[in-house]
Design a protein around this ligand. Structure first.
Ligand code: C5P
Length: 231
């Protein structure tokens, strides 16, 4: 795989206008874009479809979770749109329904095991008896057994999860910061090279590119770092 296709830029901007100008600035340096709630609910879905038509890959980070029939039908619509990645919460019923919805398409389902903003006290408040790491491990095993295509995880979790899921699942890691970049609200960060060395297949990068003075140069530097780490 081309190093460039391992970089996914998070289009965390408020409007399609802002997204358009960022995509134009990034040009051929970036081939893969992630859409979250903010842009998706501000007209981002038709814009994403346009990007796909223009030859880019799209990751819809919409973290679906609903009754099985609703998830399957929703996933079928995303598959028809031509998206490459879609996230769901890693509940067994939801994961099975999502995999069913991808049939006959190139769409790949990524599971979110436990949100990285959750700690032990949040787990307890939500009614879980398991700790974060136990639940992450259990859900990773379930994702593997159900035929999920990949997991979203922090780069720190990547090596451990690789041991659980083997090489058939892709590991997609946010929390990436090039040396010297501001961490922002991310608590567990890694450089692009270290994340690749830890076993990540795709890196999700938002602010270090989108808020850079020269986003294209920032993206090129990260792609070069990925290419070097893959040698
Ligand atoms: O700006 P930054 O590089 O921190 O952006 C990371 C992106 O990855 C954001 O879109 C964020 O929502 C997403 N993400 C994350 N941590 C997770 C899951 C998704 O940072 N556990």
């Amino acid at each position: 795989m081309d190093a460039r296709d391992r970089l996914i830029v998070a289009l965390d901007v408020p409007s399609v206008k802002d997204a358009e100008s960022m995509v134009t600035r990034l040009g051929n340096s970036v081939s893969f874009y992630k859409f979250g709630y903010q842009l998706a609910f501000a007209g981002g879905i038709p814009f994403a479809a346009g990007l796909i038509a223009a030859g880019k890959q799209v990751f819809l980070d919409l973290k679906l979770h609903d009754i099985g029939n609703t998830v399957t039908k929703g996933v079928e619509s995303v598959a028809q749109m031509g998206a490459t990645f879609l996230t769901v919460h890693a509940y067994p019923q939801t994961m099975r329904a999502a995999v069913e919805g991808t049939r006959g398409s190139k769409l790949k389902i990524l599971a979110v095991t436990v949100l990285t903003s959750y700690d032990e006290s949040d787990m307890k408040a939500a009614g879980y008896n398991l700790g974060v790491s136990e639940l992450v491990a259990r859900r990773a095993e379930q994702a593997r057994d159900i035929g999920i295509n990949g997991l979203v995880c922090s780069p720190e979790e990547a090596a451990n999860l690789r041991g659980i899921v083997g090489n058939n699942l892709s590991l997609v890691t946010p929390g990436i910061r090039p040396a010297g970049a501001a961490a922002g609200d991310q608590k567990r960060i890694m450089t692009p090279a270290k994340a690749i060395a830890a076993g990540a297949d795709y890196l999700v990068v938002g602010r270090p590119i989108v808020e850079a003075a020269d986003p294209k140069a920032a993206a090129d530097a990260i792609v070069a770092e990925i290419a070097e780490a893959k040698k």
